[in-house]
Write a protein that binds this ligand. Structure first.
Ligand SMILES: *Cc1c(COP(=O)(O)O)cnc(C)c1O
Length: 396
């Protein structure tokens, strides 16, 4: 690997120089007002990025997985029923966590490559007249398959069934890169981490709780200590934590929020869409297909690309690392060996994306796939020439 090259894994993502500097700071007293000057703006920034006026934002020294655990253990009791679709490795892992906590998960098996089936959710919710289902889980962006789901449709399903279950959304690979509407979608807990859209090193679990989710913390009896949101809230009131916070990372988060909000959230989302469209143009030119079933579910943060049968897609990832010092994502779970992934989120430009597309192309040609060198690059170049941010600005 070369430290000079950008990474094309779907997290951790490339860290902008300014954020690396923000994370690298001298020790301060983490129980002082000085820490409050990092903590409170960081929480306010996250709230804005969630498009929420009221979400209570909690930040734990952890990762996205700790965010899942925060959501579950603060609101639920052993034996509670949870409704969740499994359509990839990350939805699978959240379901697995529920089961290990003694929750009773109604799993809606969904083909990998498809989005969450809101219609099936509605059937289960409508049938659940005694309201045993306490929580509905929804993975907004399934990072294993490059599939985006329609969270507004899941909210509609809950409303259509007039069901009071809470809506928990995994936004680990969407928040801060793709449009996320906490308030509008009626999200009760949103989960993310520091190392994807926020462009920071791994080390923070970032969650938003609705007032309804905060109410549920009063009845949930699952054991919780490290991830107890009430301990955390008590700490925040005194510019502190119940334990030692990751101060440098939180300083980075504060700056990352400023960076994203200064670019403008809609511009951030448009940039991710544009970069993703260029990658997809390349995939088309290679004659390959995405794992994502159709354009309505194409993810703007990661593309999982199917390789011809009989070919081990993981070889591309290994070869890229060994020969060119570039990182792509391997296929996970059911699609291991069948897909490789190009992560295109975080601190990335059209020009950086072209280098990743060019590398993937060299690897596939090196490994004997019937692909024309330059074909994907040219398709992406054509797309980026016609859709540059500058062109959009001029047109506006
Ligand atoms: C990366 C990711 C996770 C896990 O996050 P960690 O920070 O690795 O714990 C969960 N869900 C999705 C959708 C992800 O992309």
């Amino acid at each position: 690997m070369s430290f000079q090259n950008p990474v094309f894994i779907p997290g951790p993502t490339n860290i902008p120089e300014s954020l690396r500097k923000a994370c690298d700071m001298p020790t301060i007293d983490h129980r002082s007002p000085l820490f409050g000057q990092i903590l409170h703006p960081a929480r306010a920034g996250v709230q804005k990025i969630l498009k929420s006026d009221s979400a209570e934002v909690f930040i734990f020294p952890s990762t996205g997985t700790g965010g899942w655990e925060t959501a579950l253990t603060n609101t639920l009791s052993a034996g509670d029923k949870v409704l969740a679709a499994r359509n990839g490795m990350f939805s699978h892992r959240w379901i697995d966590m529920c089961q290990r906590h003694g929750l009773n998960v109604e799993v809606v098996e969904t083909p990998w490559g498809e989005g969450l089936p809101a219609d099936r959710y509605e059937e289960f919710l409508t049938a659940d007249t005694s309201h045993e289902i306490k929580v509905v889980l929804a993975t907004h962006n399934e990072t294993a398959t490059g599939v985006k789901s329609d969270i507004a449709a899941v909210r509609k399903a809950l409303n259509a069934a007039q069901h009071p279950a809470l809506l928990f959304v995994d936004g680990v690979s969407s928040i801060a890169s793709m449009d996320f509407r906490f308030d509008e979608w009626g999200v009760d807990v949103a989960v993310t981490g520091s190392q994807k859209g926020f462009m920071l090193p791994a080390g923070l679990a970032i969650v938003g709780f609705s007032q309804k989710a905060m109410e549920a913390t009063k009845t949930g009896t699952l054991p919780r200590t490290f991830f107890d949101v009430h301990d955390m809230a008590k700490g925040y009131a005194n510019n502190a934590y119940p334990y030692t916070p990751a101060v440098g990372l939180m300083n980075g988060l504060n700056q990352a929020c400023d960076m994203l909000l200064n670019e403008g959230l809609e511009n951030v989302f448009a940039r991710h869409h544009r970069i993703a469209e260029g990658v997809r143009a390349a995939v088309g030119a290679w004659g390959l297909e995405l794992c994502a079933a159709d354009p309505t579910v194409y993810s703007d943060t990661v593309s999982a690309i199917r390789t011809p049968s009989g070919f081990n897609a993981t070889d591309i990832v290994t070869h890229a690392a060994e020969k060119y010092g570039v990182a792509f994502g391997v296929g996970l779970g059911e699609v291991a060996g069948k897909v490789f992934r190009i992560g295109h989120l975080g601190s990335l430009t059209d020009v950086m994306a072209l280098s990743g597309i060019a590398t993937a192309e060299m690897c596939m040609v090196d490994l004997g796939l019937n692909i024309q060198l330059g074909s994907g690059v040219a398709a992406a170049q054509e797309y980026y020439r016609g859709h540059s941010a500058a062109v959009q600005k001029d047109a506006a």
